[in-house]
Design a protein around this ligand. Structure first.
Ligand SMILES: C[S@@+](CC[C@H](N)C(=O)[O-])C[C@H]1O[C@@H](n2cnc3c(N)ncnc32)[C@H](O)[C@@H]1O
Length: 255
């Protein structure tokens, strides 16, 4: 999958893509991340890319013809979906990340300062995407969030030991808690079932604990889980030992 990022701060994108899962995916040729700097399309000696808003107000706006030239550059590599990172777009979800992972070429437009002339957005952008209901100073961190989240769903990017399909949100639930050595730490023990080697039972236990964790932290996510399963998980919680409840961080559940 090809990601092209239109940005005045290409070094932020290069740095973000140069370690961890992204750099592994790039090394394996499963994805590429390149940048297009709008400043390269400025036509004056000052390399101007933005101007003050008509009507007054704070923040410089990217000039429409600068975005136009930047998007044209991105389209030289073939058809590409142009996405503007914007606090005004729909907030990114797992479903959206999965859908984006089916595309082969995505161009991410990063605003800075006051943003971008609206007419350019109307004409050049296919969709807007937000990373949450708050404003950050530029689209680069948001673009990296999108690239990272999407790349996790590209086959082969995560090693076989890890799978995006097991993470929180992938099945509508938060992930169950996980434990490593030592078996006892600060008076808390790893739940016995996880040491049993009985994998079908462990999977069943993890599913019920995941429902309880979701019930405690993000109950609004449980809409798609059958009511009977939630009730069964609550009954299961009633039978959990106080030690397991504490170790799993389920103290706030009141069950
Ligand atoms: C300071 S913001 C401009 C915000 C704009 N004036 C507004 O209020 O909608 C500069 C740039 O940061 C990016 N940005 C800020 N918050 C974002 C968010 N929550 N999600 C995605 N991108 C965001 C956008 O690319 C935006 O053009």
């Amino acid at each position: 999958m090809k990601f092209q990022v239109i940005t005045l701060f290409p070094e932020l994108i290069t740095a973000g893509a140069s370690s961890g899962v992204l750099s592994q995916g790039i090394k394996k040729n499963l994805l590429s991340v390149s940048t297009i700097n709008p400043r390269d399309f400025a036509t004056d000696g000052h390399r101007t890319v933005d101007d003050r808003p008509f009507g007054g107000g704070d923040g410089m706006l990217m000039l429409p013809e600068i975005l136009e030239a930047s998007v044209a550059k991105a389209r030289e590599s073939g058809p590409t979906r142009v996405i503007y990172l914007s606090p005004q777009g729909p907030v990114l979800t797992t479903d959206k990340v999965r859908k984006l992972a089916e595309l082969s070429n995505v161009t991410l437009v990063c605003g800075r300062y006051g943003g971008i002339d609206q007419r350019a957005l109307n004409v050049l952008v296919d969709e807007e995407l937000s990373i949450g209901d708050y404003v950050i100073s530029g689209g680069e961190l948001a673009a990296l969030v999108v690239i990272d989240g999407v790349s996790r769903f590209l086959p082969g990017v995560l090693g076989h030991e890890a799978s995006a399909e097991k993470d929180s949100f992938s099945n509508g639930l938060l992930e169950h808690p996980n434990f490593t050595r030592p078996r006892e730490w600060q008076g808390q023990s790893v739940p016995e079932i996880l040491l049993s080697g009985n994998h079908p039972k462990i999977e069943q236990w993890r599913r019920q604990i995941a429902i309880l964790v979701t019930l405690q932290k993000r109950p609004e996510l449980l809409g798609a889980i059958p009511k009977a399963e939630i009730e069964a998980a609550k009954a299961f919680a009633a039978g959990l030992s106080p030690g397991d409840k504490e170790a799993c961080g389920l103290g706030g559940l009141g069950l």
